[in-house]
Write a protein that binds this ligand. Sequence first.
Ligand code: NAD
Length: 487
Amino acid sequence: MNQILRSEGAKGVFINNRWQPSRSGRTIPMIAPADGQAFAAIAAGNEEDIDLAVAAARAALETGAWGRLTATERGRLLLRLSRLVDDHAEELAQLEARDTGKPMKQARADVVAVSRYFEYYGGAADKVHGDTIPFLEGFLVNTLYEPLGVTAHIIPWNYPGQMFGRTVAPALAMGNATVIKPAEEACLVPLRLAELAAEAGFPEGAINVVPGLGEEAGAALANHRGIDFISFTGSPEVGTLVQIAAAKNHIGCTLELGGKSPQIVFGDADLAAAVQSVAAAVVQNAGQTCSAGSRVLVERRIWDRFMADLKRRFEQIHAGTPEMDLDLGPVISAGQRSRIGAMLERAEASGARILAQGQIATNSPAEGFYVRPTLYHEVDPVSELAQKEVFGPILAAMPFDSEEEAIRLANGTDYGLVAGVWSGDGSRAIRVARKVRAGQLFVNGYGAGGGIELPFGGMKKSGHGREKGFEALYEFGALKTLIVKHG
Ligand code: NAD
């Protein structure tokens, strides 16, 4: 593996199915989170590269082969890419693991999800259709979907491959031409996927990828006057900038900005299952998951027993390199590790107490960006630890006395992405789930293993718009109403 990856130099920017040198002439080193070593480089794309990518996408739609394909033909290309992803699954998983530090089993699962995105939206491409609407006598009214045009996709580093599939596949299925700005911390899989798409037969300009810094390539793309829509996943701060840019250009955007997702555990739940799931939901991907279950709310009558079981579970969790394939890997960068450390210092100063910690495998490289999974109790519900996204393997536990208090605590942050309810009383579980303000609610479980078919997105500060499922297709389609007077 190392040999393939060490030879990885900056290939440039991927426009019109070709690698081209970035007009900036600069590169960005790629640091492996597992050992802190630079192992590759990417181009630092700039405003000029973004101009060329947007122009290529526009030409693909207006004069190129892409704009002339039928929905069925587009679907076939997506299916072909899905199969190529399967054929290159191990290569992609190794690249993703090296780039992000995640355990190999998770990187492999991520690649399965990437393939599923292209399979699902490949199958869906020719199944999106409008309606016939009854209207006045002598009229025929139809709605129809057309592509929005050039769609911009700014994606994060936590699941580079999955995020590419999640946002790009539905946009292509609807016939848009895409410009993608992946994250500078980890983007080798999106770059490889663009190459595979060319091999699958996507015409020039349908998929253009410009790696680079957020404030340079990202800002140039978000503010570009030639784009018709922005799909963004990342921090609320950058999400605000993206939404301002979209507003200035009078275009739409979807924003997925993370969460502080609660799991509510009632005393009548299957506690053994809940303990396993609550721990897994916050250590997956080292807690760097927008839908991480980073708060657990526990009914006071089972607090002591549940927390004792959760403590035992946390103490068994191990972090290590991708090849060790343990529960979690390192976090993405030294900067993220320091940010998390500073947050935890403030949490402890405000009264939060550590109940349990997992381990970092002793043979993990000292230069890697490892963070010990930590379970905090006595967390003040209004403190920073209970309110803000840590984006690390850190769980904040709080007790509650009544159903009403559980709902109030669950809804008591600015976020509203995902929530879980654990109870043996089905009526209560559904009643509570319906009162929690979040885009996705789980009952007696948490996490959908990719959940490509399941609409996903936030309320409140978690963002707006829906990804996954058919909903994502509608986000990327322009609905037209055709009114014909036939007398
Ligand atoms: P970020 O929002 O800075 O980066 C996300 C993407 O936006 C990257 O591609 C980045 O290059 C780009 N970007 C950055 N500045 C930009 C700008 N001015 N204009 C346009 N694009 C820009 O996120 P981050 O700094 O990498 O992470 C910070 C925090 O964000 C994390 O700790 C976490 O809380 C949150 N986050 C959430 C998700 C999620 O899945 N919701 C993903 C990554 C990070």
